[in-house]
Design a protein around this ligand. Structure first.
Ligand SMILES: Nc1ncnc2c1ncn2[C@@H]1O[C@H](COP(=O)(O)OP(=O)(O)OP(=O)(O)O)[C@@H](O)[C@H]1O
Ligand SMILES: [Mg+2]
Length: 261
């Protein structure tokens, strides 16, 4: 994948920073004392179900607040209400579940809403949404009812709703999970071509293996952090070892049951 790198001074001035962040949900500690400085232009996020990937995204875009520590996004402190209002210019989240993101009944209305939320007038937003769809060969999607789109098509609407406002950073939470192979290829090409910072969570390691940086979250803690190739290899090896241990434990259980019988 052809990776683009932000100029060093711009990346440092506009990065995402977590300082000793702890997030609890109920009596469960989801992230513990996590510190990160995210300045690279392509960052992957991997780890088991429940590791904390979506929770980390919710913190970065200000939807949740940590119980301890500080999150700053391109100079905005997410705990500060005034800064939080400016966050949509800086960061956009594509939700793991499109139904958590989409509000409006048609595609054009959903895209136009992204623009009005960022300060555009209603008519201008509507026109820009139609132009945006036309440029992508999707003019016929404008009036389509969201409820009649497939899961993958709704995911594409969510992505377009972010792309249309061009925030500096896109947080993509498992964006490939419902896409067909051609759409995966298209998204991969779009990611390679954009100048925006992309932070992308996925269980499909091929999509982040060539990223300059990948984070491996394990039970709310950072288990790996480095070039995609190394971190993906370490995670895959760990998964293989755990799989082998589970298989061996199952054999022992069956043997014990057979002896008891
Ligand atoms: N709304 C919630 N209320 C309470 N706990 C939650 C809530 N959402 C998530 N959690 C818990 O937070 C932890 C992290 O969940 P999170 O959704 O961030 O994981 P994830 O890495 O995104 O997993 P997946 O790969 O399945 O999407 C899990 O233990 C989960 O049970
Ligand atoms: Mg998730």
């Amino acid at each position: 994948m052809n990776l683009k790198t932000l100029p060093r001074e711009s990346a440092e001035a506009h990065g995402i920073r977590l300082e000793s962040v702890t997030l609890r949900r109920g009596d469960r500690t989801v992230l513990e004392a996590l510190s990160l400085n995210l300045t690279e232009s392509r960052i992957g996020l991997i780890g088991d179900n429940g590791a904390g990937k979506s929770s980390l995204f919710r913190l970065i875009c200000g939807l949740d607040q940590p119980q301890a520590g500080r999150v700053t996004v391109h100079g905005c402190d997410t705990a500060n209400a005034g800064d939080r209002r400016k966050l949509p210019q800086h960061v956009g989240l594509m939700f793991q579940n499109p139904d958590d993101q989409i509000i409006f009944p048609t595609v054009a209305e959903e895209l136009a809403f992204s623009l009005t939320a960022s300060g555009a007038g209603k008519q201008q937003a509507r026109r820009q949404a139609l132009d945006f769809l036309t440029e992508r060969g999707l003019a016929d999607w404008a009036g389509r009812a969201i409820g009649e789109l497939s899961q993958g098509q709704r995911q594409q609407v969510c992505l377009m709703a972010l792309q249309i406002t061009s925030p500096a950073t896109l947080l993509l939470d498992e964006p490939y999970s419902a896409l067909d192979l051609l759409s995966q290829l298209r998204l991969s090409d779009q990611i390679a071509a954009t100048g925006q910072q992309i932070i992308l969570s996925t269980h499909l390691l091929d999509h982040v293996r060539d990223f300059e940086r990948v984070l491996w979250l394990d039970n709310g803690a950072l288990r790996g952090d480095g070039p995609g190739r190394d971190v993906c290899a370490a995670y895959a090896q760990d998964v293989r070892e755990r799989g082998a241990m589970q298989a061996a434990a199952a054999v022992l259980r069956h043997a014990a049951q057979a002896t008891d019988a």
